[in-house]
Design a binder for this molecule. Structure first.
Ligand code: KIV
Ligand code: ZN
Length: 516
């Protein structure tokens, strides 16, 4: 008997990007969107088109490029938002407008300052307006997890009548508990007379660590779309993680009457790409995509797995993309092989000059490092992009010394607006000294909130990938840098964060905006 399709709606590029410091630029978003398309994600929420020029351009670029997935833009229940979303989606093969309004008493009263009747009116008007642009319209009841069921039934019936074809039930603040959330979905499906005219979707946040459990309970109760993100990225504690939802459904086919269209072998490469682009490392014990997810430490487990894999493994590492795309290139690889691998990874350079620069950097890396893996290429591409951009702060030279019993010291030469300047500082370690030297010249007065180093691949010749998070006046930016020398990688990351401050691109947060 054929199973229902569970629609996988990925919101890494929208809700995921709302994690503090996870801002991505257009090229990075396009790379992730292409990876999601390769993974055969059904719907990609590419952004919130009205939030900023950058968001609009990213949604548009993705809509113009990706052909196999539906491309969606978020819009508040406002005509201006909806028009902007529609404009960004004009080039999409298949586009969707996702409009939302809050439905919980606390949000309606304190955020929207609207009566429930007015909220229904706004919702219906928004859906009708969106339907004038396209047939595929999704409506979300923000904070549905804390909304009254009678009111949910009323507003959902009205928006389905107005033309919404997907109804999303977000647990915006991560308040739900699986059994109760599943029951809410069952009630909505049975009580709303026109429920059969729409696909019911869920969107769960992970504040209590229950986002995946709540989403799966909803699927068992009849939801047929799940909104999720790669690595569970998202606001605060994040969203339900795509890889966990997909693999739970695939592994427990005995319990789920649904199937996804996802190509699971793309999960690990995409997870690595998202982690590398956002600078949010994946914890080693994270299900499916953590470095230890398929590692067997104890002798008893190893013995069991060697004799018969299923003794301790419920999925195979290969099925989710571990160990695929291993060694790719080395120092004898030429330009054609380099370009071909970039093509396979969906990486496109804006200009031939950027491609040439990337190739030179690849040769340099291959000289230092025996084997160049896909993860190295992804990091190299980001680094090249940063280097060729017209940035305010550029690293020219770094010298750092650290000897046992002596105070570490760093000297930095950097170009600020094209003018080279030089500073020397001491610090607790060479990285601290390098950051102090940079700060002497940049004078940013920002505070370091996070410093993390990750090895991109295995081995001591791995590139270190550094994330630096800076805060200034309530504004948070992330910076990334990669290099086989982690002090250089750290300096690059610090400068990248300073450049993000200098670029000063502010964007609106969809749920924090006033009114509807
Ligand atoms: O969490 C939420 O409520 C959202 C909506 C905008 C869908 O992200
Ligand atoms: Zn959300």
């Amino acid at each position: 008997m054929s199973k229902d399709r569970l629609i996988i709606f990925d919101t890494t590029l929208r809700d995921g990007e709302q994690s503090p410091g996870a801002t991505m630029d257009q090229d990075e978003k396009l790379r992730i969107a292409r990876a999601l398309e390769r993974m055969r994600v059904d719907v990609i929420e590419a952004g919130f088109a009205i939030a900023s020029q950058g968001d609009f351009r990213s949604v548009k670029a993705i809509a113009d490029t990706v052909r196999e997935s539906t491309i969606c833009s978020l819009a508040r229940a406002k005509a201006a938002d909806i028009d902007r979303a529609a404009e960004a989606l004009v080039g999409a093969e298949s586009g969707r407008i996702h409009t939302f309004i809050a439905t919980s008493p606390i949000h309606m009263q304190h955020k929207l300052r609207l009566e429930p009747d007015q909220v229904v009116e706004h919702a219906v008007a928004a859906v009708k307006h969106a339907r004038n642009h396209m047939g595929d319209v999704e409506f979300s009841c923000e904070d549905a997890g804390r909304s009254e069921i009678d009111f949910l039934c009323r507003i959902i019936e009205a928006v389905i009548d107005a033309g919404a074809r997907t109804i999303n039930i977000p647990d915006t603040v991560g308040y739900a508990i699986p059994e109760q959330f599943g029951d809410t979905i069952s009630q909505l499906l049975t009580r709303i007379p026109n429920a059969d005219k729409a696909v019911f979707s869920v969107h769960c946040h992970n504040d209590l660590g229950l986002a995946v459990a709540n989403s799966l309970a909803a699927v068992q109760a009849g939801a047929r779309q799940v909104e999720c993100t790669i690595n569970g990225l998202g606001e605060r504690a994040g969203n339900a993680s795509l890889e966990e939802i997909v693999m739970a459904v695939q592994t427990r086919q005995d319990l789920f009457n649904v199937d996804t269209g996802i190509n699971a072998r793309e999960i690990v490469p995409t997870s690595k790409m998202v982690s590398q682009i956002t600078g949010f490392p994946v914890q080693p014990n994270k299900a499916i995509v953590g470095a230890n997810a398929f590692a067997h430490e104890s002798g008893i487990h190893q013995d069991g797995v060697l004799k018969h894999r299923e003794t301790y493994e419920i999925m195979s590492a290969e099925d989710v993309g571990w160990h695929t795309n291993r060694m790719v290139l080395g120092k004898h690889s030429g330009r054609a092989a380099f370009r071909a691998r970039l093509d396979e990874l969906g990486i496109v350079f804006a200009s031939e000059a950027a491609m040439n620069e990337a190739f030179l950097r690849f040769k340099d890396l291959a000289d230092k490092k025996h084997e160049v893996f896909d993860e190295d290429l992804q990091a190299l591409v980001s680094d090249t992009k940063r280097a060729v951009e017209q940035e305010r702060f550029k690293l020219v030279l770094l010298e750092a010394t650290a000897r046992t019993g002596e105070t570490p010291q760093a000297r930095i030469v950097m170009a600020i607006d094209g003018v080279e300047q030089d500073a020397t500082a001491t610090g607790a370690g060479p990285v601290d000294a390098a950051f102090k030297a940079i700060e002497q010249l940049a004078d940013s007065h920002s505070t370091l909130q996070l410093y993390s180093v990750n090895a991109i691949t295995a081995g001591t010749d791995s590139q270190g990938e550094v994330t630096v998070r800076l805060e200034k006046g309530g504004r948070i930016v992330n910076g990334h840098g990669a290099d086989v020398d982690i002090i250089t990688a750290s300096a690059k990351a610090y400068l990248n964060a300073l450049n993000h401050f200098a670029a000063g691109v502010e964007k609106a947060h969809p749920q924090a905006l006033e009114g509807v």
